[in-house]
Design a protein around this ligand. Structure first.
Ligand code: SF4
Length: 327
C-alpha cells in the first residue's frame, strides 16, 4: 500500500465518522518518511483529537511510594533488583508523607494522584497502609485517586473500588511477541489478565508501554491493538530513557520524528482514549514536547517520574496551553 497525504486524510475522516483503521493500515503509516506525509499524519491525529476527545488536558501526578528492590527483571527499569543501578531504595512510605505529597500535587494543578509501588504484588500489611493513605487523600483533597500497585486480585480490586479509587495503572509495556525480550520473570499474559480483571470490576484502566526498547513497528501496532481490545481508558506512552546499570543502558534513542509518528498513529488507533506522554518525554523530545501534544497526545505526568525528575510545572502548563489544550 502506498501511503500519501490523501490516504492519510481519508483515514482521519473514516475515524471521525466512527470507523477505524486496520492493523495493516496502521503498519503502513509507520513507513511514512516524507515531511509532507508526516505533517499530514500529525494534522490528521490533531483533527481526530479535536472531534473525539475532551480539550481538557489530563494532568496526573504520582508518588513513588515504595522504590527499588523489585523481584522482576524488566530490562528498562531502574527499580529492578536484578541490576546494579544507583536508585533510591526504600520500603513503603509513611501514610502522612504520601498524603502530604497529594496535597502538594493538588496545589500545583494536578487532577489525579497515583500511588505507585515497585514490585509484583504488595504484602497484605502494605496494601492496607495504601488503603489508609487513599482514604486520607480523599478526605483532604479533590484529587481523583489512582493506584499502580502491581498485580491485584479480585478482593483487592473490590477494596480499592469501595474506598473510591477511580483508575488503576498497569502497563502491557510492549507487544506479546517482543515481551520475552524485555522481561523473563513474568509474561505479557500475566499483565493482560490483570488489566482484564480490573476492567471486569469496572475500574478505569491506565495502560500503555515503553517505546524505544528495540521493538519494531509491528510491535507498537500490536501493543496499540491489544490496548484497544482491552478497552483501556488512558494510555501512557513512555519513551526509553536508558538508565545506567540496566541492560538497555547506552541504547540508541528514537528520533523525534519516530516518537511523534508513534503518538499520532496511537491516536488514530485509539481515537477516544487519553494518550499521555509519560516518562522520558523531556530527554527524548526536548523542544518538541508541544508538537507531541499537537500530534494527538492529550495528557502528561506533571511533577516528575518514578526515578527521574521532570519539567518544572510552570513549563508544562505553558506547553499545554500553547498546544490548545485546557488546564
Ligand atoms: S517495571 Fe515494574 S515490575 Fe518491572 S522491574 Fe520495574 S517496578 Fe518491577
Amino acid at each position: 500500500m502506498i501511503m500519501n497525504v490523501k490516504k492519510i486524510k481519508a483515514f482521519g475522516e473514516r475515524i471521525i465518522q466512527g470507523g477505524s483503521i486496520t492493523e495493516g493500515e496502521a503498519l503502513h503509516l509507520f513507513s511514512i518518511e516524507q515531511n509532507d506525509e508526516l505533517n499530514s499524519l500529525i494534522d490528521t491525529a490533531h483533527e481526530v483529537f479535536l472531534k473525539k476527545c475532551s480539550k481538557r488536558a489530563d494532568l496526573c501526578s504520582l508518588i513513588n511510594a515504595k522504590s527499588g528492590r523489585c523481584r522482576e527483571d524488566c530490562s528498562f527499569c531502574a527499580q529492578s533488583g536484578h541490576y546494579n543501578v544507583e536508585v533510591a531504595e526504600y520500603p513503603l512510605l509513611d501514610v502522612k508523607k504520601i498524603v502530604y505529597q497529594a496535597i502538594e500535587a493538588q496545589a500545583i494543578g494536578a487532577h489525579r494522584f497515583c500511588i505507585v509501588t515497585s514490585g509484583g504484588r504488595l504484602s497484605v500489611e502494605d496494601f492496607e497502609k495504601v488503603l489508609t493513605a487513599f482514604k486520607e487523600i480523599k478526605k483532604k483533597t479533590n484529587l481523583s485517586l489512582d493506584g499502580s500497585l502491581g498485580v491485584v486480585g479480585d478482593s483487592e480490586i473490590q477494596k480499592l473500588k469501595e474506598i473510591g479509587v477511580v483508575r488503576y495503572n498497569h502497563n502491557l509495556e510492549t507487544s506479546e511477541a517482543f515481551f520475552p525480550r524485555i522481561c523473563t520473570t513474568h509474561t505479557f499474559r500475566d499483565r493482560y489478565e490483570t488489566v482484564s480483571r480490573l476492567k471486569r470490576h469496572g475500574l478505569e484502566v491506565c495502560c500503555g508501554g515503553v517505546i524505544g526498547l528495540g521493538e519494531g513497528w509491528e510491535d507498537r501496532v500490536s501493543l496499540a491493538f491489544s490496548l484497544k481490545k482491552l478497552g483501556v481508558d488512558c494510555v501512557p506512552i513512555n519513551i526509553l530513557n536508558p538508565r545506567p546499570g540496566t541492560p538497555l543502558a547506552g541504547h540508541e534513542k528514537l528520533s523525534v520524528e519516530e516518537i511523534i509518528k508513534t503518538i499520532s498513529i496511537f491516536r488514530l488507533i485509539l481515537p477516544t482514549v487519553v494518550i499521555k506522554i509519560a516518562g522520558g518525554r523531556e530527554v527524548n523530545l526536548g523542544d518538541a514536547q508541544g508538537l507531541a501534544l499537537r500530534a494527538g497526545a492529550n495528557g502528561i505526568i506533571v511533577g516528575g517520574y518514578l526515578t527521574t525528575a521532570g519539567n518544572p510545572v510552570e513549563k508544562d502548563l505553558e506547553l499545554i496551553k500553547a498546544a490548545g489544550l485546557e488546564v
